[in-house]
Write a protein that binds this ligand. Structure first.
Ligand SMILES: Nc1nc2c(c(=O)[nH]1)N[C@@H](CN(C=O)c1ccc(C(=O)N[C@@H](CCC(=O)O)C(=O)O)cc1)CN2
Length: 284
């Protein structure tokens, strides 16, 4: 058996096509959505992701506002740019590309953002609203995972889901999304402190691997027919992406997301969804 592909590229393209029409409708009402990005430092991966985000904006008609600071930028210098985008009327939503350089207080930066402009859903107020089941912009990667599963008809309701990882962009919020009444999944969260990861993986109908540990999920640990989402990114000596999922898993799983080409494009598409939804809310 070879797993069916959870095609992030094609699903993201369909989302962007829908957004293009919605952005055009907003412009007719005099509103141009504008996505701001704050990139600090010269991490090649982060630079690539930000370039991709602005390429997507151009495709759907969203204006781009780009702010770049050197790796030596101080906390105060980054905070000044956050304040500037909070005030900029052309910037209807923005993100701070994570991770920030060592020594920068990431949480303090996220807290300083205007929650109404938080296009990532990572402001503490928006994460809190998610916990409380209140409407909020949803974190892009977990929402991308859900959309990918839904669009491919993978049953989430009642599924046993194992999330591997506990980072703020996916590991922490993913179980919050999956356990909403609308999804009704049962979630086990695993992390570097989990004693026997394989025993949890073997029971899973859906695995979301977001540990950033190359080939952590091995074929012998996957239940036949399971859906496996490869979110983690490591780079080999040539700078090529190596995911958290061993290639042999494709012979056991029912569904698999490629990496690249799976969850990454979905993360970017969901970001645009958040920007457009915020702009739509602003015109009622
Ligand atoms: N502020 C944020 N920072 C980070 C987030 C986030 O959601 N918000 N998530 C990740 C990185 N990320 C988003 O910024 C991201 C990851 C991957 C991709 C992507 O398009 N990947 C491509 C491959 C690109 C390549 O060749 O390197 C793919 O998977 O096909 C986009 C965005 C951490 N930081």
């Amino acid at each position: 058996m070879t797993a069916q592909i959870l095609d992030g590229k094609a699903t993201a393209a369909a989302i962007k096509s829908d957004l293009t029409a919605r952005v055009a409708a907003l412009k007719e009402k005099g509103v141009t959505p504008g996505l701001g990005t704050i990139l600090v430092g010269d991490d090649p991966g982060s630079q690539k992701y930000v370039v991709g985000k602005h390429r997507d904006c151009a495709q759907v008609g969203i204006a781009s506002i780009q702010r770049e600071l050197p790796a030596t930028a101080t906390q105060e210098e980054i905070e000044a740019v956050v304040r500037e985008l909070n005030e900029d009327p052309a910037c209807t939503g923005y993100i701070v590309q994570l991770p920030l350089p060592r020594g920068i207080d990431e949480n303090r930066i996220l807290e300083l953002m205007d929650p109404a402009k938080d296009a990532d859903g990572l402001h503490p107020m928006n994460l809190g609203r998610l916990v409380l089941n209140e409407p909020a912009p949803l974190p892009c990667t977990p929402n991308g995972v859900l959309t990918l599963l839904r669009q491919h008809g993978v049953e989430i309701k009642g599924a046993e889901v194992v999330v591997v990882g506990r980072g703020v962009t996916i590991g922490r919020p993913m179980p919050l999304l999956l356990t909403r009444r609308s999804e009704n999944a049962t979630v086990t969260q695993c992390h570097t402190g989990t004693r026997d990861l394989a025993s949890h993986l073997r029971r899973a109908d859906i695995i979301v691997a977001a540990a950033g540990s190359a080939h952590l999920v091995r074929p012998e640990d996957v239940k036949p027919g399971a859906a496996v989402l490869d979110v983690g990114v490591s780079r080999n000596a040539e700078g090529k992406i190596v995911g958290d999922v061993h290639p042999g898993v494709a012979e056991v799983a029912g569904w698999i997301s490629p990496n690249p080409g799976g969850v990454g494009p979905m993360t970017r598409a969901q970001l645009l969804v958040n920007v457009v939804e915020a702009a739509e809310r602003s015109v009622g």
